[in-house]
Structure formats: C-alpha cells, structure tokens
Design a protein around this ligand. Structure first.
Ligand SMILES: NC(=O)c1ccc[n+]([C@@H]2O[C@H](COP(=O)([O-])OP(=O)(O)OC[C@H]3O[C@@H](n4cnc5c(N)ncnc54)[C@H](OP(=O)(O)O)[C@@H]3O)[C@@H](O)[C@H]2O)c1
Length: 255
C-alpha cells in the first residue's frame, strides 16, 4: 500500500529508457512518482501500473520539454496533482531526463538542429526547473541528465554534447544558488546505453555496440538498469552530502 509519508519525485521522460528505469528505482526506494511523456501515453500508463504494483502512487502527464510555452500549464497540472493526491503538496526530487539524440556532423548541423538541441537539452530543463522551484520542498534533490559525450568527443555529437556540457555547468550554478534552500543539484552522465535513444543505435547496431564495449573498461555497453539506481540514490538522503557533482555512469568508457 502507498503511504502519505512517501517522498514525491517528478521524472521527465519517464515513459521509456532511462527515465522509466529511474522512476521504477525511485518507487523501489519508496518515492511516489509523477512521470511525463511526450507522445507515448500508453507506455507511460504502463510505467504508472508498474509503479503501483511496487506499492507507490504514480501519475503521468504530457510534457514537451522543447517548448517553454507549455510550462505554465504543466506546472499548474503538477500542482493540481500535488494538492489533490498528496498530503505534502510538494516535490522532493526532480529528475530532468527527457531528451533525444541526433548524430550530425558539425559541418552539416543546421541552425534548426542546434535550436532543437538547445531547447530540449538546455533551455527546457533550465526554465522547467525555474518554474517548479515553488513546488520543490526545501532540502529536495534535482538530478540533471548530462552525457559522457560532454567529457569525451564522438564525431556527430557537437550540438548534443555541447548542450550536455552546458547542463553540467548549469547544475553547479543551480547548486550554488539553491543551496540556501538546502536543495542539492547534481548531474548524471550516462555512457552509451541500450535504449531507443538515437534510433536505438547502441542496442541495434552490432558494430557500434562492439566499438563502445571495446573502449569500456568493464567490456560492455550500458543497460537502463545501470542508471536508474544511481538516479534514485542521488534523489535520496543516502547521497545527502553529494552536491554540485557530475557523476559519470559509463562502466569506465575512454578512461
Ligand atoms: N541512451 C543513452 O545512450 C544516453 C546516454 C547519455 C545520456 N542520455 C540521456 O538520457 C536521457 C534519456 O534518454 P533515453 O536513452 O532514455 O531515451 P529514450 O529511451 O529515447 O526515451 C526518451 C524519453 O524522453 C521523452 N521525450 C523525448 N523528446 C521529448 C520532448 N521533446 N519533450 C518531452 N519528452 C520527450 C520520451 O517520451 P515519449 O516516450 O512520449 O516519446 C521518452 O520518455 C536523455 O536526456 C539523453 O540525452 C542517454
């Protein structure tokens, strides 16, 4: 049975991949969840059911992280769920996870592509977090999703990798300015993980999978459940003294 004392986490992009695993691991740690999806409502509803089967409450809301125009409405919907379904009325954790990958050379990257990467991976999380500040409890935890590609370079990821580097920097600034409210902010930097990301290349391309495995100390690519438990740890009091850190979760890729 869920209990009203549970902490509440909001995970963007919780319908699939790393966000789904993070939501499930948070539920296993006793969090109730609000997850978001962009288009795959059915997948999100399945995740809600899985969380309920773990014994926690869960709700799914649509969100387009690339468009700040919808954020006020989204925050109103989050507030409504918090006010009507939860006793505490505030969030204890925010996981900025939603995103897509593209592989395009620097030479051919268009202004539209760069704008899309900026909106999805930087501007969206920036202003969503800002707008959610009144709904975050003092002492809560924010986890931003970076990427190994912010540390090392892989041809075709100049726009994506640069935005993830920006998220690492933003996380430190947020940690500095939100510390007065005891809000911790960290970024998690997954390596290449077998999800639908980037057309599922890490999972579906044997060549790419082997290339990444051969450059990883632990000799394989990542799986979603390599990541969610770390996100859940960063959202919990188990990590209460970890703040303003970039934590790479990549099995030792290109070290
Ligand atoms: N997989 C990797 O190798 C890897 C490595 C490093 C970092 N990351 C980062 O990890 C995060 C999650 O990636 P993933 O591998 O889990 O990807 P995924 O399996 O493709 O899942 C993407 C999730 O984001 C949502 N989403 C996509 N575009 C959105 C938008 N414009 N607005 C709101 N939600 C949107 C999707 O919703 P729908 O289901 O409704 O489409 C889905 O829930 C991303 O930030 C990615 O950059 C991934």
């Amino acid at each position: 049975m869920s209990n009203n004392q549970s902490k509440i986490a909001l995970v963007t992009g919780g319908s699939r991949g790393l966000g789904k695993d993070s939501a499930l691991q948070l539920a296993k740690k006793g969090f109730d969840l609000i997850i978001t999806y962009q288009t795959k409502k059915e997948a999100a509803d399945e995740v809600v059911k899985e969380i309920e089967n773990i014994g926690q409450k869960a709700y799914a809301l649509p969100l387009d992280i690339s468009s700040t125009a919808g954020f006020d409405q989204f925050v109103t919907e989050v507030k409504h769920i918090l006010d009507t379904q939860f006793a505490s009325g505030k969030l204890d954790a925010l996981v900025n996870n939603a995103g897509i990958g593209i592989n395009q050379s620097f030479e051919t990257t268009t202004e539209e592509t760069l704008d899309a990467m900026t909106n999805i991976h930087f501007k969206g999380p920036y202003f969503l977090t800002q707008k959610l500040l009144p709904l975050l409890n003092d002492g809560s935890s924010v986890v931003n999703t970076s990427s190994g590609l912010a540390r090392f370079s892989f041809a075709g990821y100049s726009a994506y990798g640069a935005m993830k580097a920006a998220i690492d920097s933003l996380s430190r600034y947020q940690a500095l300015e939100l510390g007065s409210r005891k809000i911790r902010v960290n970024s998690i930097a997954p390596g290449a993980i077998e999800t639908d990301f980037g057309g599922g290349a890490v999972r579906d391309s044997k060549e790419y999978n082997q290339l990444v495995s051969s450059q990883t100390a632990l000799g394989r690519v990542g799986l979603p459940d390599d990541i969610g438990s770390v996100v859940a740890f960063l959202c919990s009091d188990d990590s209460k003294w970890i703040n303003a850190q970039r934590i790479e979760v990549a099995g030792g890729f290109r070290i």
